[in-house]
Write a protein of this length. Structure first.
Length: 237
């Protein structure tokens, strides 16, 4: 991801995936207990995740987005809480201290993810009551890297071990798990059979209304050890 120059996101799928409300609710059900205090969402896009992740433990919400066109579409407020819009990347923030930093389908876009996580650490208040947390959700399994990944600027996909390797000194892995076990097979089919650059609206609707409810069942059966999305929570010691 470009740091100091004007940035334009190369993908066009954000509005399409914004319609996947069942998936967003499902993901949020796992993430919301860890999202507290002053929150910084990195690579917020059009702000489609905010209504699902917002909760009573949030004191403030900052949306950091390098693409000005996307940032302009972020809501000005959610449930009466003003959304602070920041144009840029973590390299552009110096003095603000946050309790929770979010990377929701973002870290896979960043070439030097290790350096990015270390920058995030400098923005966390690790001495507060919330201790400081980094919450990550990313596409799983490098062998599923597809034309779609390349088309929207993904650099990599992750596994539980590869994302755990990013935990910085002074932090511990609070949780790592997988979601959307049934959706994995859709990604597998696209990688090896369909090879589409972008899903259709109809495919997104099928995934969100049919596959996600099935994944909710099978994710529990499989104890969240398998899926197409990997989630990690790092917490200050």
């Amino acid at each position: 991801m470009t740091i100091d120059e004007q940035y334009t996101y190369i993908g066009n799928e954000l509005a399409l995936f914004a319609t996947a409300v069942n998936y967003k609710r499902y993901l949020a059900s796992y993430l919301k207990p860890f999202i507290v205090g002053d929150v910084l969402e990195i690579g917020s896009g059009i702000g489609a995740n905010i209504p699902f992740l917002m909760n009573e433990a949030v004191r403030s919400w900052s949306s950091l987005e390098p693409d000005t066109t996307l940032l302009s579409q972020v809501p000005c407020s959610i449930n009466g809480l003003k959304i602070i819009k920041i144009n840029g990347t973590t390299a552009n923030i110096e003095d603000n201290k946050y309790n929770t930093i979010l990377y929701i389908d973002v870290l896979e876009h960043i070439a030097d993810d290790t350096k990015e996580i270390w920058r995030a650490v400098t923005l966390l208040d690790v001495n507060c009551e919330y201790r400081g947390r980094i919450v990550i959700a990313a596409p799983a399994h490098e062998y599923l890297f597809s034309a779609f990944d390349k088309n929207i600027g993904h650099v990599r996909r992750y596994t539980a071990p590869s994302i755990a390797a990013l935990v910085p000194d002074g932090f511990t892995v609070r949780k790592i798990f997988y979601l959307d076990s049934v959706g994995y097979f859709l990604s597998f089919a696209n990688r090896f059979l369909l090879k589409q650059n972008n899903p259709t609206r109809r495919q997104i609707a099928f995934w969100d209304t049919i596959i996600i409810p099935l994944s909710k069942i099978f994710d529990r059966i499989l104890l969240n050890k398998f899926g197409k999305t990997v989630v990690a929570i790092f917490e200050a010691k």
